[in-house]
Design a binder for this molecule. Structure first.
Ligand code: TRP
Length: 366
């Protein structure tokens, strides 16, 4: 069986370092591994509209931001098909058929939908499109027969729901769709990077993100203002590394070689953590080190972004061509789905002949 990747992001803002360690970095590695027959990366504008119906301009403006972030992280249009969800109408058609295989109560139990409804204060009036977006996500994944979906932990319930839809479809209509596997980041710290304020998640509305496109000075300022252990008041005080955002970021980003380059008095992160825990190590020193580590990782991304920013029409062209390629693949799957469901009337010779026979015989009895 072919090995195929599909994943994507909603274009509601620029991508941040949480996206990077949680998914983007891995995608680039997967793309370059040569292990996959196809890699599809989708800008999920239709999904973004499910909770931004009154603000389509926000979605429209952010498509290029996400595409620039993709390209600057090293996604390569030669190796990965980048496309825009709404430009592949087959996805919507698939969703309409999958809707028959999912119950309202199952959607109500989806933990991601549940928490998002709370976050958006949608309890009283949930848009139907928003409520059913897990079904649309199943279409995104199955249309490409994706075997592997690299995402952050928050997307687990979506993949579970997709697997159920695939199972149900194949049981009712015969083996047609492929059950995908989720691929989570292998580093625990990368599962969910906290905001610079220590809140559980980076979010644009909380203004606690470090963006991939931030200038070196912005990154430095954000790192120096990061929340740390609130009880670590004086340098001599023992500090806590668990749950301390500065150390979580170091867990996610730093390698032993960074110590050689920027902080040679420590052998590795364990040694730095031990000193912090013991007391005698100030936050500023740790933050300065984190800043150097982050700058090193982000600089090549910034440079590539600057280059692509010089040729925006070329970026749209990449998305246009990607969308055409994606549509061709999705159309093939949709045709198989319709055949399995027996709603392919005009190519169904048997049906036409059986009906013809029935009416011929009907007439001969008359
Ligand atoms: N729900 C994802 C997000 O919020 C975006 C997305 C849409 C997606 N369709 C997908 C991710 C299919 C993986 C597979 O970022």
């Amino acid at each position: 069986m072919k090995k195929i990747i599909l994943t994507g992001d909603r274009p509601t803002g620029k991508l941040h370092v949480g996206h990077y360690v949680g998914s983007l970095k891995r995608r680039v590695e997967l793309q370059n591994s040569g292990e996959y027959d196809d890699v599809f990366i989708m800008i999920a504008d239709a999904q973004a509209l499910t909770d931004n119906a009154d603000n389509p301009e926000k979605v429209r403006q952010n498509i290029i931001e996400v595409a620039l972030d993709y390209l600057s992280c090293g996604l390569d249009p030669e190796k990965a098909t980048m496309f825009i969800q709404s430009q592949v109408p087959e996805l919507t058609e698939l969703s309409f058929y999958y809707m028959n295989l999912v119950t309202v109560s199952r959607l109500q139990r989806n933990p991601t939908v549940k928490s998002e409804i709370q976050m958006r204060n949608f309890e009283a009036s949930i848009p139907v499109g928003f409520f059913t977006y897990p079904i649309s996500q199943a279409s995104d994944i199955t249309a490409f027969k994706a075997t592997t979906v690299p995402v952050g932990e928050d997307q687990l319930p979506m993949i579970e729901q997709t697997r159920e839809i695939v199972h149900k479809f194949n049981t009712v209509y015969g083996e047609t769709l492929v059950e995908p596997q989720v691929l989570l980041p292998d580093n625990k710290a990368c599962l969910r990077l906290p905001g610079i304020d220590g809140k559980a998640k980076m979010s644009k509305s909380l203004n606690n993100c470090i963006y991939l496109s931030d200038s070196p000075e912005d990154v430095r300022k954000k790192v120096m203002s990061m929340f740390t252990d609130p009880n670590h008041l004086r340098v001599e005080d023992p500090g806590q590394v668990e749950g301390n955002p500065v150390f979580i970021y170091l867990d996610a980003f730093c390698k032993d070689e960074h110590f050689e380059r920027y902080l040679p008095e420590y052998e590795n992160l364990d040694a730095l953590k031990a000193h912090y825990t013991r007391g005698g190590l100030g936050d500023v020193k740790v933050k300065k080190f984190l800043n150097k580590v982050l700058q090193e990782e982000l600089e090549p991304i910034r440079q590539r972004r600057k280059q692509w920013e010089q040729d925006i029409p070329a970026v749209y062209k990449i998305l246009e061509e990607g969308s055409k390629k994606a549509e061709a693949v999705a159309a093939r799957t949709l045709a198989e789905v319709k055949r399995a469901m027996k709603i392919n009337y005009f190519e169904d010779r048997e049906l036409i002949e059986a009906q013809a026979k029935k009416y011929r015989e009907g007439q001969s009895h008359a």
